[in-house]
Design a binder for this molecule. Structure first.
Ligand SMILES: [Zn+2]
Length: 492
């Protein structure tokens, strides 16, 4: 029972580290009128105060598909600070650019801060304390959609890069640092990071990508709820979207039930599927995440986590009772749609389809996964079609000097915090770089409370002014540590 209580609480809390990255796959709203209507004047003056810059950025509403105006603002902000600019946009509902310390043509190995311009809609504005696109600033917070996800994070990246730039103006560094802003992250459409990678990957000279990820959150450890834990995401699950289709030409009137028919067969197969218990698969990263937490937690619960290999064998049911634990430890299949397209209530349809959202742990082969799925469905008439899949989930090493420096820099800025590597079950733009074998770490280098985190994609999204300022410091410290490590490596 203790184990159960522990898992339910602690693994739910891990979800705090994972929560920020929820995504939708909806179509974006209609595109704004015209790029010519962009209101920022050509005489744009750089905004020295990052808080003021964030407020103005939030005020330019950029729900996916409508990134242009906010994108132009960010572009001009970066350009007016003296960075080298390059646009990667071809269409009106797309806005991507990169701003770099040195021109990309210098071919220096590049450390890329990745962020997205688009935000999700603010559905019930009347419920907000301040209007969602007001960018309201009070003594503690900047308020508005995107304050955390991802405009606040982008501002910390940009101002850290600029601080680093002015500190090393006179030097010719052996590496580049870039700020890459893209569209379409919230709907994972093809116009943002995917477009840039497909068409311009080589010229980026990407050596390290830093994307959005968990911040430093309290309430993770039962033995010490005040302890702030930073999760650095180093891996993701692979997404595999499948269509199951049965077309066995059954027909007839609903008043006379046939022996078997398409809808009934699909229901049976889906029953097999939803009752299937995926086994726990401990790998390099999920065991590291749980053991890392276990080492920090000086309670019985921590003991269980430190010995996750053992306990997952003897109490798998208890451990998998928690959805977050399940998502970290197993492959998953979720039925997200069932449809026959039949609008007539008394007609038996001949075709029925279901959509599955499957998430595979790193190193899972999708063909093998589909073969296993066929066995589970236990019906040869059901055809399986792959609708879309993301690339193989490559784990970014926690042994690299970039990881060590990141951990060290966070601890330098937040001496009382703890840092652990984590696996994120959802797909973000960071994954697209991992798929290209680029070392990619995702983290927001500032502290955030449970309450603040729950405002992301919801009502009253806001970020503490101090979080932004500390985040800028953290990434600035990180860039300096990278510089030190690189010069030490060069002299060795
Ligand atoms: Zn985001």
């Amino acid at each position: 029972m203790l184990v159960k209580i522990f898992y339910l609480k602690n693994l739910c809390n891990i979800s705090l580290l994972l929560f920020w990255a929820s995504i939708t796959l909806a179509q974006g709203p209609p595109v704004q009128d015209s790029i010519e209507q962009f209101p920022v004047p050509a005489s744009f003056k750089f905004i020295e105060n990052p808080i003021e810059a964030l407020s103005q950025y939030i005020q330019l509403k950029s729900v996916t598909g409508n990134e242009i105006i906010a994108g132009e603002f960010l572009y001009q902000l970066a350009q007016s600070s003296g960075l080298h600019m390059k646009m990667y946009s071809e269409e009106r509902d797309q806005y991507n650019f990169i701003a770099s310390l040195y021109p990309l043509s210098s071919a220096k190995p590049n450390i890329i801060f990745l962020n997205h311009i688009d935000v999700v809609e603010a559905n019930n504005p009347e419920a907000w304390t301040h209007p969602p696109f007001s960018g309201h600033i009070d003594d503690t917070y900047v308020w508005g959609r995107g304050a955390y996800d991802n405009k606040g994070a982008a501002i910390t990246q940009l101002y850290a890069l600029l601080k680093f730039k002015s500190a090393h103006q006179a030097e010719d560094l052996p590496f580049n640092v870039s700020f890459l802003s893209v569209s379409g992250e919230e709907t994972q459409n093809a116009k943002g990071a995917s477009f840039v990678i497909e068409n311009h990957f080589e010229e980026l000279h990407a050596e390290l990508v830093l994307g959005e990820g968990p911040g430093g959150v309290p309430d993770i450890l039962i033995s010490n709820p005040d302890q702030v834990v930073f999760g650095i995401s180093v891996a993701h699950k692979k997404a595999l979207w499948l269509k199951l289709k049965i077309d066995n030409h059954t027909h007839g009137h609903g008043s006379v039930t046939p022996e078997s028919y398409a809808t009934q067969e699909l229901i049976h197969a889906l029953d097999n599927l939803t009752s299937f218990k995926h086994p726990i698969e401990l790998n390099e990263i999920n065991s590291k995440t749980l053991k890392g937490l276990g080492r920090l937690d000086k309670s019985l619960q921590g003991f269980v986590l430190r010995h996750i290999n053992f306990f997952s064998k003897i109490f798998p049911k208890l451990i998998l009772a928690d959805p977050v634990a399940r998502s970290l430890l197993t492959n998953s299949m979720t039925v997200t749609n069932i449809s026959s397209g039949n609008a007539v209530m008394n007609k038996i349809p001949s075709k029925v389809e279901a959509i599955l959202d499957c998430r595979l742990l790193p190193n899972t082969d999708s063909d093998q996964f589909i073969r296993q799925l066929k066995k589970i469905l236990d019906n040869d008439e059901i055809k399986i079609e792959v609708l879309r899949e993301t690339g193989d989930a490559i784990i970014s090493s926690t042994q690299s000097s970039y990881y060590n420096d990141l951990e060290k820099s966070l601890l330098e800025k937040y001496p009382n915090a703890k840092v652990i590597p984590v696996l994120i079950p959802v797909t973000t733009d960071s994954n697209k770089f991992r798929e290209k074998s680029v070392l990619t770490y995702s983290v927001n280098p500032f502290e955030i409370t449970r309450e603040e985190l729950s405002s992301v994609h919801a009502v009253d999204e806001r970020i503490r002014i101090n979080s932004i300022l500390n985040g800028i410091d953290s990434f600035y410290i990180y860039l300096n540590n990278i510089k030190k490590t690189k010069s030490a490596q060069a002299t060795n």
